[in-house]
Design a protein around this ligand. Structure first.
Ligand SMILES: [Zn+2]
Length: 506
C-alpha cells in the first residue's frame, strides 16, 4: 500500500437501516425522512457527529483519488484491491465486453433492484482500463470515462378506496391510504402513506380518485398526486377525524410541532397508544425482547394478559402456552427472553420507555449525565438543559414524564419485579478523563476534595480511595500521606493541585 491513499465512495443507508431509523424517529416524535437518500445525506450534514454516528450508515468504496502509485491497471483490479483492504464494495459490478452486455446488465439490475438491501436509481458505466481513463480525461464537472444510466421510477396508477387513521405511540394520528391492489416495482401494493393531513389538502386528494403512486423502497409507498383528468364526479372529500379512532377522545392539533399538522390523541389511557408503547418497549428500539413483536404484544393485550409495561414481567409460561398458536417451548423461550431483559443498561431502558422526544441519542446523553433513574426523577428542567444536545422540548417532556405519579408507580413496580439497571461500561467513553483513575492525598487549598472529585467524575474519570495498579494519577495536596511514596514507587503520575486545576479547566 502507498503511504497515503485517498479512497472515494458512497455513503449509503440500507432499506432496513432506513426503516429502523424512521421507526426510532417516530418513537421520538420526530419528523420522518422521506427516503434513504435524504436520510443518508441529512446524516452527513449533521454538525453533531454523535448523531451521525448513531445512524446506521454504510460506506461503499468505488475509487481512489490517484491510482498511479498502485500496481493496478484496471477499475476491476482497483475494486478487488479495495475489497482486499477491508472496504465494502458494491458486489454487482460486471465487466461488459460490448454495449449489448451493458444493456443486458442494465435490464438485469433494473429488474432485480428491489431485491437489493439498498436502493439504487441506476448504474454507472466506467471504462475499465485506467490508462484509457487517463487518456479520456475529464470535462468541467465530470469524467469522460464514466457515465450514469438511470432507471425509470417505479410508479403506478390505482384507485384510492379509503383512508385509515392510525394512532401512533405518542398519540399522533397519521392518515394511510387504502388502494386497489396494484403492482409497483415488483411488489403488490395496497396501502400508501399520506404523511399528514396537510398533504391531503395540498394534493387535493379525494376518495375514489385514481392516484399516481411511487415506490422507492420505503416501508409503504407514497401517493404522489391524484390523476385529475380521470375524475368522474363521484369522488368525495376525505373526512378528517376530530376524535381518536381508538378511544374517541377529541384530537388536539397544536402549532409548533416538530411534525407539522399533526392531530394527537392526548388521552394517556388510549388503548391504541398503549399498544404501540408496549410494542416499542419490547421491540428493537426498546429492550429487544425476542419473541415479543408487535403482533404478539397485540395478542397478549387482547387476551388481557398485558395491560402495562410491568405486566410483561408478570407473564407466566402456562399463560402463554395456553394462547392460540403457542406451545410450551415457545412460551418458555419468551419467558427466558423476558427474564434476560431484566437488566438493561440505563440508556436502553430510557429509549424503551418511549418518553416523548427522547430517542436513542437523547437516551445515551442522559445515561452519560445521570447515574440512575432516581437521579433523573429528581432532576429539574434546568438540569436537563445543562446537557449539550438536549433542547427545551426534550427537557420539559422529561420533567413531565418523571414527575408523573403513573411513572413513579411503574418504576416501583418494575423494581419490585426485579428490574435492575446494569452498569454501563461504555458510559463516558468519549469524555476527556475516561479511563483515568485519580487518588487524593493531603489537603487541597483552592477547592474541596468533594468538588474536585465531582468535577473529575463529570469529565468521565474515576476516583479511587486506596492506591492500586488501577490508579493513574495521584493528586498531591499539602501535607501528603504515605500514598505519595507508594505512588512514586509504582510510577503513578503525581499531580500538584495546580496541575489538577489546569486539567479540570481545560
Ligand atoms: Zn386515543
Amino acid at each position: 500500500m502507498p503511504k497515503r491513499l485517498d479512497v472515494r465512495g458512497e455513503v449509503c443507508l440500507s432499506v432496513s437501516g432506513f426503516r429502523e431509523l424512521n421507526r426510532r424517529r417516530a418513537a421520538a416524535g420526530l419528523a420522518l425522512f422521506a427516503n434513504p437518500r435524504n436520510a443518508a445525506a441529512g446524516s452527513l450534514r449533521q454538525l453533531d457527529s454523535t448523531i451521525t454516528a448513531a445512524r446506521p450508515l454504510q460506506f461503499f468504496a468505488y475509487g481512489v483519488g490517484d491510482a498511479s502509485s498502485l500496481a493496478i491497471g484496471t477499475q476491476t483490479e482497483l475494486l478487488a484491491m479495495l475489497a482486499a483492504t477491508g472496504f465494502q464494495i458494491i458486489p454487482h459490478s460486471r465487466v461488459c465486453l460490448d454495449l449489448a452486455a451493458v444493456i443486458a446488465h442494465f435490464h438485469f439490475l433494473a429488474d432485480s433492484r428491489h431485491e437489493l438491501p439498498f436502493e439504487i436509481d441506476g448504474m454507472v458505466l466506467k471504462v475499465n482500463d485506467l490508462a484509457q481513463q487517463k487518456r479520456l480525461g475529464a470535462k468541467a464537472r465530470s469524467p469522460r470515462w464514466a457515465v450514469a444510466a438511470k432507471f425509470a421510477a417505479a410508479q403506478a396508477v390505482t384507485r384510492l378506496i379509503g383512508v385509515d387513521f392510525q394512532v401512533g405511540r405518542t398519540g399522533a394520528v397519521t392518515p394511510v391510504g387504502r388502494l386497489e391492489p396494484v403492482k409497483v416495482g415488483g411488489v403488490t401494493v395496497s396501502r400508501a402513506t399520506l404523511h399528514n393531513e396537510d398533504e391531503i389538502r395540498r394534493k387535493d386528494l379525494r376518495l375514489g380518485d385514481m392516484v399516481l403512486i411511487q415506490r422507492a423502497g420505503e416501508v409503504i409507498p407514497e401517493i404522489i398526486k391524484p390523476v385529475v383528468k380521470k375524475r368522474q364526479g363521484n369522488e368525495t372529500a376525505i373526512k378528517l377525524p376530530t376524535k381518536c379512532p381508538a378511544c374517541a377522545m377529541p384530537l388536539v392539533r397544536k402549532a409548533g410541532e416538530v411534525v407539522r399538522a399533526v392531530r394527537r390523541c392526548e388521552n394517556p389511557h388510549c388503548a391504541a397508544q398503549r399498544l404501540q408503547a408496549l410494542g416499542h418497549f419490547c421491540g428493537k428500539a426498546g429492550l429487544d425482547i425476542k419473541g415479543l413483536g408487535q403482533k404478539v404484544v397485540e395478542q397478549l393485550v387482547q387476551n388481557a394478559l398485558v395491560n402495562d409495561i410491568p405486566d410483561i414481567y408478570r407473564l407466566q409460561p402456562q399463560q402463554l402456552a395456553a394462547l392460540a398458536g403457542w406451545g410450551e417451548k415457545s412460551a418458555k423461550n419468551v419467558i427466558a427472553a423476558i427474564a434476560a431483559a431484566k437488566h438493561p443498561k440505563l440508556a436502553r431502558l430510557l429509549a424503551a420507555l418511549g418518553i416523548r422526544h427522547v430517542g436513542e441519542v437523547h437516551a445515551q446523553l442522559l445515561a452519560q449525565h445521570f447515574p440512575s433513574l432516581t437521579h433523573l426523577q429528581q432532576a429539574g428542567e434546568e438540569d436537563f438543559l445543562k446537557i449539550d444536545g438536549l433542547g427545551p422540548a426534550v427537557a420539559s417532556s422529561l420533567v413531565t414524564f418523571f414527575s408523573s405519579a403513573a411513572t413513579s408507580k411503574m418504576l416501583i413496580a418494575l423494581r419490585d419485579l426485579g428490574l435492575r439497571i446494569s452498569p454501563d461500561d461504555d458510559r463516558g467513553q468519549d469524555r476527556p478523563l475516561h479511563g483515568q483513575v485519580f487518588l487524593f492525598t493531603g489537603t487541597l487549598s483552592h477547592f474541596s476534595r468533594d468538588e474536585a472529585k465531582a468535577r473529575i467524575k463529570e469529565l468521565g474519570g474515576q476516583v479511587a480511595t486506596t492506591i492500586s495498579r488501577k490508579v493513574t494519577h495521584l493528586v498531591c495536596g499539602q501535607k501528603p500521606g504515605a500514598k505519595l511514596a507508594k505512588a512514586q514507587e509504582m510510577a503513578i503520575i503525581i499531580l500538584e493541585e495546580a496541575d489538577l486545576r489546569t486539567i479540570l479547566a481545560s
